[in-house]
Design a protein around this ligand. Structure first.
Ligand code: URA
Length: 196
């Protein structure tokens, strides 16, 4: 049997028809970043810009995510892998349906297994519900560590929520400070952040 790699997943996703989202996509968005990242960020699904380019978090919320990551000493070029709960854009950016999340989840689980992050940041309610528990609430669980399949997961607000409500920037930065601390503890004691 051929080995499943990030590349074979990327190729599969490009032609995937496991759910109805395939019909409306320009490009599937498999995810990108450091293939051996010990930190993974998981969002909801591609929006307009991501669908156009086939890359995750490249629109306004992606620019904000990159800024937060940079402040915390992370980047997709060096030490983070970025993925989404669904790999194709839902029409008019609606939330992905439970059956769409279910159809896509095995691909994300495989990516997690291959990249093998120690820490996973869940960006927003859809990521929390999609990976951990469909009835979980982001407002209740954000900032709390969850042990999940031998990894540590922390939910926080989605960057697009921060763009709508800048007051959420402070709690999200608090959450990222926990991520930095945990990363120093588990991965790299000399991990550098300019701000923490
Ligand atoms: N929002 C997401 O959840 N994911 C992306 O890739 C872009 C925007």
């Amino acid at each position: 049997m051929t080995e499943v790699t990030l590349e074979t997943i990327r190729q599969y996703v490009a032609g995937c028809k496991r759910c109805g989202l395939a019909a409306g996509r320009t490009h599937a968005v498999p995810g990108e970043g450091c293939p051996t990242a010990r930190l993974m960020c998981i969002g909801e699904g591609p929006g307009y810009h991501e669908d156009r380019l086939g890359r995750p978090f490249v629109g306004p919320s992606g620019q904000l995510l990159d800024k937060i990551l940079a402040a915390a000493g992370f980047s997709r070029q060096t030490n983070v892998f970025i993925a989404n709960i669904v790999k194709c854009r839902p029409p008019a950016n609606r939330d992905p349906l439970p059956e769409e999340r279910q159809a896509c989840l095995p691909l994300l689980l495989k990516q997690i297994e291959i990249v093998n992050p120690a820490i996973i940041v869940l960006l927003g309610a859809t990521a929390l519900k999609g990976l951990i528990n469909p009835s979980a609430h982001i407002t209740q669980l954000r900032g709390q560590w969850i042990e999940w399949q031998g990894r540590l997961v922390i939910p926080t607000f989605h960057p697009s929520a921060l763009l709508r409500n800048p007051q959420l920037k402070r709690p999200v930065w608090e959450d990222f400070k926990h991520v930095i601390d945990k990363y120093r503890q588990l991965v790299n004691p000399s991990h550098h952040s300019d701000y923490h």
